[in-house]
Design a protein. Structure first.
Length: 133
């Protein structure tokens, strides 16, 4: 499930939840759904990026999102609250940025800091291993 968030001309897409039934995994369905949310966010809402939150322990999902061009830009302490007998868990905020010619900055660099992530993006980054490939 995804949605567009923002106001006026400052929109972005947000992944609320993404799940695929076990018998349908590894067929590319998650990628199809993410591609559609990215398309709508960029083409319909003229959005700047798509973001999501993922449990820091969910290494499979983190790897999948990285493979789609998403980068971790922050850690949110105790984003997922624990129940009566559960421990709260941190989340990674991940983003996929849109640039002109549909290039994504997140494919070329790691984001270290984002200031005002839901409006105009001001960020500091470092290149991956000193190259842009």
């Amino acid at each position: 499930m995804g949605k567009a968030e923002g106001a006026a001309k400052e929109w972005h897409g947000h992944v609320t939840a993404l799940t695929v039934a076990p018998s349908y995994r590894r067929l590319g369905l998650a990628k199809i759904m993410m591609d559609e949310l990215e398309r709508v966010s960029q083409d319909v809402y003229d959005g700047y990026f798509v973001d999501l939150f993922v449990r820091v322990s969910n290494l499979l999902a983190i790897g999948m999102y990285r493979g789609m061009g998403y980068s971790v830009y922050r850690r949110v302490v105790e984003y997922y609250s624990g129940g009566a007998d559960e421990i709260a868990e941190d989340a990674f905020g991940m983003c996929f940025f849109f640039l002109s010619l549909s290039l994504s900055l997140s494919r070329y660099c790691d984001i270290d800091e984002i200031i005002s992530p839901y409006f105009f993006l001001v960020f500091v980054w470092k290149t991956r291993e000193q190259n842009l490939v």
